[in-house]
Design a protein. Sequence first.
Lengths: 110, 500
Amino acid sequence: MEGLYAITTGVLTACGLYLTLRGRTFPVVVGLTLLSYAVNLFLFSMGGLTTDGAAIVDGPASYADPLPQALVLTAIVIGFAMTAFVVILAMRARSEAGNDHVDGREEERQ
Amino acid sequence: MIQHLIVLPVVLPLVAGILTLRRRQGGTRSKRLIGVGATALLVMIGIALLAQAAGGEVSYYALGGWQPPFGIVLVLDRLSALMVLVTAVLALGAVVFACGGDDEKGSNFHGLFQLQLMGINGAFLTGDLFNLFVFFEVLLLASYALLMHGGGKARIQAGVHYVVLNLAGSSLFLIAVGVLYGATGTLNMADMAVRISELPAERAGLVTAGALMLLVVFGLKAAILPLYFWLPRAYAAAPAPVAALFAIMTKVGIYAILRVYSLLFGEQAGPLAGLEQSWVWWLSLATLVAAAMGILAARDLRLMVAYLVLFSVGTLLAGIGIGSVEATSALLYYLIHTTLVTGGLFLLAELIGVQRGKAGTRLVKGRPLKQGGWLAGLFFLGAIAVAGMPPLSGAIGKAFLLIAAEGTQRLWLWPILLGGGLCMMIALSRAGSTLFWRSHGEAAGETLPRRQWFGVVWLLGASPLLVVLAGPISDYTHATAVQLANPQSMIHALLDGESR
C-alpha cells in the first residue's frame, strides 16, 4: 500500500507543479488545487499508514494516529476557502486586464 | 484578567473585526472608532505584555486548559512581547492615517485590518508549529484582500502573483510541518526541540529536509533573494496604510526564522545545530546587493521604499547569519527601527504623491507641492534614518551589527552594508531633489488632513525616540538575544512548569 500511496502523492504533486507554472490563470488555479490535494494526502500519511485501526491512543494494539487527521481537516478547510478566493481573483484579473494571462498581458509571438 | 493577557492580542482584533461587520455600508464613523480604539488598546496591551516579559520569565497560555505538549499554547517571552508591541505601534500609525480617507476607497477596510493584526499577533505568540501555519493563513488571507483594497489594474495584477506564490508557499509549509511531525511525532515547538535533541541518527536526514523546507517558506515571507520578486510590485501597488502595515509582514518571516531555528536547532540539537546559518548568511549578502541595485534603479518613490524594505530584510538576515548574541541583539534593535521608519516612508510617499497630482510618486518633473516645506523636512528625516546616517537610529542599529560581525564575516559584511548605505543616500538625495526642487507650474490641490500627518509623524518620530532611548532598548534586545540563545528556559517553562 505504501508504494501505491507514495506514487499517487508524487504524481499529483508533479501535475500540480506543472500546471502551476503555466501562463494562464485557469491552469494555475487547477494546479494549486492539485497541489493542495497532494499535500493533504501527504499529511495524512505522516502518522504512518494503518488500516482497520481506530483513532484512539492507548486503546487496542493497532490504532491510527488521530493528529494528522485533524491537521488534514484544517488544511482542507483552508485550502477550499483559498481555492474559492483565487477563482474569484482570476475572474477579476481577467475582466480588469482583458486577458487571462498571469502577467496581465499576452507574450509577444515571434 | 491578568492571566488572560497573553491571549488578548489575538482575541481583541478578532472581536473588533467582527464588530465592524455589523453594518456593511456606511457607518464610517463607528468603524473608524472601533478600528482606532482597538489598535490603541493593542498598544497598551503590548506595553503590559512587554512589562510582564521583561523580567525574563517565559509564560504560556494553554487554550482550553489543555497542557503542553498536547494542547495548543500561546507563549510569551521577551521576543514575542517586543514583536507584538512593534506591530501595535506600527498599526496605530497606519490606521489613523487610513482614517484620513483611504479607508473609504473600498469596502470594510477596518475589519480586514483588524483580522490581519490578529494573524500577525497570533504568529508572534504561538508555540505550536501547525498553529504558526494557521496564523500565517489568517494574516495572508486578510493581506490578499487589503492589498487589492480600492481595486485598479496594477493592484489586481500584483495581487494575482502575490496570492499564487503564497498559496504555493503554504503547500510547502504543510509538507515541511508534515515531515517534521512524521520524524518527531509532535507539533509543539518546545517538545519538538527535546525530541530533536534525542533524535535517532537515521531520522536526521528527514528532519534536515523538513527544516530547510521551512526555511524556503519563511524565506518567501521574508523575501530573501531568490524569493523576493513578488515584493517590490506588491508593496508599490498596495494602498499606503496597507503598505505601511506590510512593513511588519516581512519581519514575520524573520521572526519565524529566529524563533524556529533558535529553539529547534539551538545548541542542544547536536549535529543538527545551526543548520540554517550558512544558507542564511550567503543569501542575506546576495539580498543586500540585489536590494541596493533595486534602490538605485527605482524610478518611483514607492518602488524605492519597497526596495528599502528589501534592504532591511537583507540586513536583518545577516544578523541571523552571524548568529552570535551580539548580532541577534543588533538585529532586534534594527528591526524596531526599520519596521517603523519604512512604514512611515510608505505613508509619506502617499502624501507626496497626492500633492504632486498627476506626476504622483514617479521621479519626474511635476508641479510644486503645496505643503512642500513640511513634507521635505519629514522626507529628509526619514531618508537619514533609513540610510543609516547619524544621528538617527539607523546608524546605531547598523553600528551594532557591524561590530557584531567577526573575522572574515567583517570582510564581507562591512563593504556590502556600507556600500548599500551609500547607494541609498545617492538614490534618496536624487529622489528628494527631483520631488521637491525640480518643479514647474503652480501648486494646486488641497491641504492634507491632520490624521494623515499624525500617521507619518508618529512612525518617523520613532527614529529620534529610538536614539534617545537607545540605552534601555539595547539592554532589552540584548536580554532577548540571551534568552533566545538559551532555548532550555523555554523548554523548561513549557514542559515542566505549572499552568498559568
